[in-house]
Design a protein around this ligand. Structure first.
Ligand code: ADP
Ligand code: ZN
Length: 726
């Protein structure tokens, strides 16, 4: 096997022109029959690393995957690309399982996905021995490590693979980057001199933003309004919060549901399914949601609450934008969340607790930092980055510094006069001289600095105090009601011995504006292209529904975006779009091409033919096939003849002619929705008495005018197909 063959397979089956960084090296290592460990972030493109070998090496690639729902989706997506794949797990009937085993034995499968339970079972070994396995791919390999939180005991038994099949290479894949997990994987699988590939954990298409957790619902609604029809996930800490937020959002007409471990299995899989199929736009969920989801067109992720550590945060936002197209992430930060986590962690065993608290601390630093957020993230994962990313809120709202000494003195003096007894919210209320009853009740309205900072908003004060926290001027007693306390450095400032430089926070409006401008720039789709994209997205939805698959399995958002901006004029041009492989070109090519032509015609835009034809500009006229296909689609959506006619602005009679033709071609048009069996029989009888070629009027008259022309046309289609098929 050569990398050239690998590249051809990538192109033919997936429609991708190039390997992503490291994919080619990993595949080469498999060709060299080496064991490999692959560390790549979620959405980095791990599956290609074993799928391409499956397409180029003789034999079957066995994929171990811990998530049953994911297996089904992965197999469905492979089949959509014309790749023979199957899965084996407890969700199949005994018969179905036998069929899969038979297919495996006969070498009909390129890939077989199995659950770890199945793989380690006694009965399965002879099946495996009888098959020809070219590679074992262990997905989510971190589940082998008792150290992590996804530990799966069966993974611990996978060592038998190397013992029973010493010559078959093993590939272990995970998005968990830490060294302990990596060591565990190598040791427990018994890998031999494995090659270890650590890809960059950068996901440049994900924007990063952190905002103070104030008026979160309002902010979320505005965020959603700016992204109509786009899929996303909102993570909350508690089950109750998911339900409440989902209810609020539902009031605004959004298609939204909630997901947490307290719902029944059926409810959970219904929500997950609806989300994958783009029937829901928003899922409000606890962290229980997302592991089993491969949906590539999640366009945004919001954290209503802050996650416990950077690993979880990165994994959760990683579920956005797997297709590589731009996607947005937003984290709301509040000190209350920190307290909640501290309370939860207080109950864990001391040796774990300290590590977890340290990780929480890093998460807080990330959320309150004034330097490029991606830099912090990548440094956390051990990648040194010195340049600013240009796609996070800090980069988009470059800090402007000013002498904040007086401002800091006001705040610090208030802390001192309040005897370090209040939390940040109360402190800000005092500084702003808020007219709240609890302040008067506690006598805070009588201290000297009450209202000394009323010229600033709550939001601004939050920012300044966060900066003072980072500068080490104040501390928060997380173990004691989040009281704000002074440090030694604070006294230097109060006594005028030290100056304080602060960053002017951008207002929420400025931030939103900057984000919008950036999105428009990054999107690279001009107004017209995004209109076409919208249309193609709708078409994708229809096509997916007709086939009962998820829209992202038809084409990814990234592929549709490229179609919308490149506007291919011929099938050959369309084949050049990334994500359009041979199978999909054959299955969907014409329909999408027709939609692009129709749109271009409406807009009076000429499409440029690039390949497979003269390079002349061609303005397409609608073709017969278009119109038939369009009727077919609407018919498949369950529309009546009159509805189709209305939608297409055609006469019902024309639609009937279409349906008759479609039926004649062999499509599954249910004629009996329009004409009864006995009516068709009567037409057949009359035909026997008449000389061909038959004319409609003649038949109509012979029937004594009892059947209308529409019915006769349909009956004729029935007769024609009957005659042809005997
Ligand atoms: P992971 O398993 O690492 O989370 P996936 O294997 O699901 O990631 O890949 C994420 C997305 O990137 C998928 O939609 C996949 O088809 C796409 N992808 C992978 N490799 C390439 C490539 N070489 N070119 C273009 N897209 C790719
Ligand atoms: Zn940045």
């Amino acid at each position: 096997m050569t990398l050239d063959q690998a590249r051809q397979a990538l192109n033919k089956y997936f429609g991708y022109r190039h390997f992503r960084p490291m994919q080619a090296e990993i595949i080469q290592a498999v060709y060299d029959r080496r064991d490999v460990v692959v560390l790549m972030p979620t959405g980095g493109g791990k599956s290609i690393c074993y799928q391409v070998p499956a397409l180029t090496i003789h034999g079957t690639v066995l994929v171990v995957s811990p998530l049953i729902s994911l297996m089904r989706d992965q197999v469905e997506a492979l089949r959509a690309n014309g790749i023979q794949a199957a899965f084996l797990n407890s969700s199949l009937s005994a018969n179905e399982q036998r069929q899969v085993e038979e297919d495996l034995f006969r070498g009909r499968l390129r890939l077989l996905y199995v659950s770890p339970e199945r793989l380690v079972s006694q009965e399965f070994l002879p099946v495996l021995k009888a098959a020809r396995i070219s590679l074992f791919a262990i997905d989510e390999a971190h589940c082998i490590s008792a150290w992590g939180h996804d530990f799966r005991p069966e993974y611990g038994q996978l060592r038998f693979l190397k013992k029973q099949f010493p010559t078959v290479p093993v590939m272990a894949l995970t998005a968990t980057a830490d060294k302990i997990t990596r060591r565990d994987i190598v040791r427990q699988l018994g890998l031999r001199a494995p090659r270890i590939f650590v890809a960059s954990f950068d996901r440049p298409n994900l924007s990063l933003e952190v905002r103070p957790g104030q008026k979160r619902r309002e902010q979320i609604l505005r965020f959603l309004r700016a992204r109509p029809g786009e899929s996303g996930i909102i993570y909350c800490q508690s089950r109750k919060a998911t339900e409440e937020l989902a209810a609020t959002l539902a009031l605004t007409g959004l298609r939204v549901d909630y997901y947490h471990a307290g719902r029944t299995t059926e409810e959970r899989s219904r929500v997950q399914d609806a989300f994958i199929r783009d029937e829901l736009e928003v899922v409000v969920a606890t962290v229980a949601f997302g592991m089993g989801i491969d949906k590539s067109n999640v366009r945004w992720v919001i954290h209503y609450n802050m996650p416990q550590n950077i690993e979880s945060y990165y994994q959760e936002i990683g579920r956005a934008g797997r297709d590589g197209a731009p996607a947005d992430t937003l984290l709301f930060f509040s000190y209350r969340d920190v307290t909640v986590w501290k309370d939860i962690l207080a109950d864990s065993a001391p040796e774990i607790r300290d590590i977890r608290l340290a990780k929480l601390e890093r998460m807080v630093q990330y959320a309150t930092s004034a330097i490029c957020r991606r830099k912090i993230l990548l440094n956390y994962f051990g990648e040194q980055r010195t340049d600013n990313c240009g796609n996070c809120d800090v980069c988009l709202n470059p800090p402007s510094y000013f002498d904040g000494t007086v401002l800091a003195q006001k705040a610090l003096s208030a802390v001192a006069r309040l005897k370090e007894q209040v939390d940040m919210t109360t402190l800000i209320d005092v500084l702003r001289g808020a007219g709240k009853r609890y302040l008067r009740k506690r006598g805070y309205d009588r201290i000297k600095t009450f209202g000394a900072g009323r010229d600033l908003s709550f939001y601004d004060w939050r920012h300044y105090l966060e900066q003072m926290l980072q500068l080490g001027l104040v501390e928060i007693a997380y173990d004691d009601q989040n009281r704000v306390c002074l440090t030694d450095a604070a006294w230097d400032v109060l006594k005028g011995r030290r100056k304080v430089e602060l960053v002017q926070p951008a207002t929420l409006k400025q931030r939103e504006q900057a984000a919008r401008k950036h999105r428009a720039g990054a999107a690279e789709l001009d107004h017209e292209s995004s209109e076409l994209f919208e249309r193609l997205r709708q078409l994708r939805l229809e096509q997916a529904r007709m086939r009962g698959i998820a829209p992202y399995m038809v084409f990814s958002d990234a592929t549709l975006r490229e179609m919308a901006s490149a506007r291919p004029a011929t099938l050959a041009d369309l084949a050049q779009v990334s994500g359009v492989g041979e199978k999909k070109l054959a299955e969907y090519g014409q329909v999408f091409l027709d939609a692009i032509h129709l749109w271009a015609k409406e807009k009076g835009i000429a499409l440029q033919v690039r390949r497979g034809g003269q390079t002349a500009v061609r303005i397409p006229g609608p073709k017969k096939v278009d119109t038939l296909e369009r009727t077919w689609e609407l018919y498949c959506q369950g529309l009546s003849i009159y509805e189709i006619a209305q939608a297409r602005n055609l006469k019902p009679d024309t639609i009937i002619t279409h349906l008759a033709k479609l039926y004649e071609e062999g499509r599954k048009v249910d004629l009996r929705r329009f004409v009864s069996r006995s009516e068709m029989q009567r037409v057949l009888e009359v035909l026997r008495t008449l000389e061909p070629p038959w004319r409609l009027k003649e038949i109509h008259d012979a029937l004594g005018g009892e059947l209308d022309y529409a019915k006769i046309k349909l009956a004729l289609a029935w007769v024609a197909r009957k005659q042809r098929t005997g």
